[in-house]
Design a protein around this ligand. Structure first.
Ligand SMILES: [Zn+2]
Length: 120
């Protein structure tokens, strides 16, 4: 049905909408912040300087005049993260998640007693 020219856009729109509903649902279930961002130019915009670097789909590397050189998907991911964090308005949620992923919750701070660490 997606190959039907008349229905393809509606089917794709419905699929992305369903994906977003599921994504937001699991975000709530697992206590994670989900943010929808505008995907326009995320793969062409330089994540370092913001310049638009035109490229075809077969070009897999982001090469910008500012010296930025990285995989195009990694560049797009940085832009998406930046837009998401700008929408949230702060970086507290991301910083909290990053510290949890690195196991910083169980690290010992200077002057902290070990049994207090376990209790917190
Ligand atoms: Zn650049």
């Amino acid at each position: 049905m997606a190959k039907n020219h008349c229905l393809a856009k509606s089917i794709n729109d419905a699929s992305w909408y369903q994906f977003r509903i599921w994504f937001e649902y699991f975000g709530k279930v697992f206590g994670k912040v989900t943010v929808a961002v505008n995907p326009q130019y995320t793969s062409q915009e330089c994540s370092s300087c913001g310049a638009i670097v035109k490229k075809t789909l077969s070009t897999r590397t982001q090469v910008c005049q500012c010296g930025c050189l990285m995989d195009r998907d990694f560049n797009a991911a940085r832009n998406i993260l930046s837009r998401g964090l700008a929408t949230v308005g702060h970086t507290g949620s991301f910083a909290l998640d990053a510290s949890n992923a690195l196991g910083d919750e169980s690290s010992t701070f200077a002057g902290e007693i070990l049994h207090q660490q376990v209790m917190s």
